[in-house]
Design a protein around this ligand. Sequence first.
Ligand SMILES: Nc1nc2c(ncn2[C@@H]2O[C@H](COP(=O)(O)OP(=O)(O)OP(=O)(O)O)[C@@H](O)[C@H]2O)c(=O)[nH]1
Ligand SMILES: *[C@@H]1O[C@H](CO)[C@@H](O)[C@H](O)[C@H]1NC(C)=O
Ligand SMILES: *[C@@H]1O[C@H](CO)[C@@H](O)[C@H](O)[C@H]1NC(C)=O
Ligand SMILES: [Mg+2]
Length: 410
Amino acid sequence: MAGSQRYLRYIVFALFALVLLYFIGSSSSVPTANWPGYQETTSPGEPSTPSDPSKPSAPAVSHDVSQTAPSTTPNDKKLPPATAPGERMNATFVTLARNSDVWEIAKSIRHVEDRFNRKFNYDWVFLNDDDFDDQFKKVTSALVSGKTKYGKIPKEHWSFPEWIDQDKAAKVREEMKEKKIIYGDSVSYRHMCRYESGFFFRHPLMLDYEWYWRVEPSIELYCDINYDTFKFMAEKKKKYSFTLSLYEYVETIPTLWDATKNFTKHFPQHVAKDNSMKFLSDDGGENYNHCHFWSNFEIGNLNWLRSDAYIDFFTSLDHAGGFFYERWGDAPVHSIAAGLMLQKDEIHFFNDIAYYHVPFTHCPTGEQYRLDHKCSCNPKDNFDWNGYSCTARFYEINGMEKPEGYEKEQ
Ligand SMILES: Nc1nc2c(ncn2[C@@H]2O[C@H](COP(=O)(O)OP(=O)(O)OP(=O)(O)O)[C@@H](O)[C@H]2O)c(=O)[nH]1
Ligand SMILES: *[C@@H]1O[C@H](CO)[C@@H](O)[C@H](O)[C@H]1NC(C)=O
Ligand SMILES: *[C@@H]1O[C@H](CO)[C@@H](O)[C@H](O)[C@H]1NC(C)=O
Ligand SMILES: [Mg+2]
């Protein structure tokens, strides 16, 4: 008995010695610095590893460390609180995605969480025409700080309406393929555009919310957002917002404006008096200039999209058939709706949300702003004052003064 006890004590001691040696060894070897365990035990301010500094193990503290240590400066900037205080809005993020988008949406979520949502913990709704698989749910729910919800799109919202002539639609896809129009031959892209135009805000999971922020796979955010953007929208009485605007590819929407004019003729009551027609048209509404807000980013009001005005607009367009006979995008559809049916001052340009969706970047104009908000975008990449952007026009029709230094970015 006594012998086996001594034996046990010996093993325990040997193990302790091994652990000690491991710590001393790893504190000087570069690659292990990435191990979470290592970082935890050596984070600044905490007592360091159990090595005795008087022991000859000192050489284990390598010359690298002793040379760099005096030159490191403590971060004296005040860190923001982990979570913003105050009440939350009735709001959610929303993403339409396929299971195969999991890693690209994972990147997007990480950007949104790091720059904004870790402070606010808003929910995130994921929608798909198929069932989400376990991996998609596991990865995304681990990344989102709020609740995650997963919805399947009902078949009626992701198929051809009965009034669509299938042969005519197929012929168009063939022609567009020959003309090499992007996504011109895709059926699923058309369902996607129609869904984002007319249905996502009516999905049962979305009925629980008043505000949404749309996020697509592979987007990036480049500056800290330190206030509640949903609350801002509500307080300023905004209904729709954007970060990038540009001219739509004409070949995809040849008759969208005709369908719009037909709508306003039948529903003049839905047209706002102080609207943004000047953003959409250079001749008082006769022709569309193809300006639109890029809808892969949107913060908006769901009750507006669920209003009679918007639903009548979508239904009218849907019957005209352009989602299938042409290739109408949800961006011009949302933009025309916002431009005609909202008051001018209900549309907001989020200059402070630095955003990227291939191939365009919105990087806020003004160096001090970028420094204060820890922005990582190159101001040279900013698209706002480029000739293909419609953002200068938005400034002009709203009598807004362009930010200082914009000329240098043209
Ligand atoms: N569930 C599902 N989601 C889709 C489908 N097609 C596109 N989406 C999603 O719809 C959104 C828009 O699709 P994208 O492929 O990004 O279209 P895009 O932004 O015009 O083009 P990209 O430049 O390729 O990003 C994204 O959030 C996609 O994940 C589809 O067939 N099924
Ligand atoms: C959030 O908004 C939706 C849509 O307006 C509403 O039905 C729901 O009751 C609201 N929830 C809360 C908690 O206010
Ligand atoms: C014009 O709009 C009305 C009402 O939405 C619709 O009934 C009619 O079919 C439309 N006409 C055309 C040519 O799209
Ligand atoms: Mg996209």
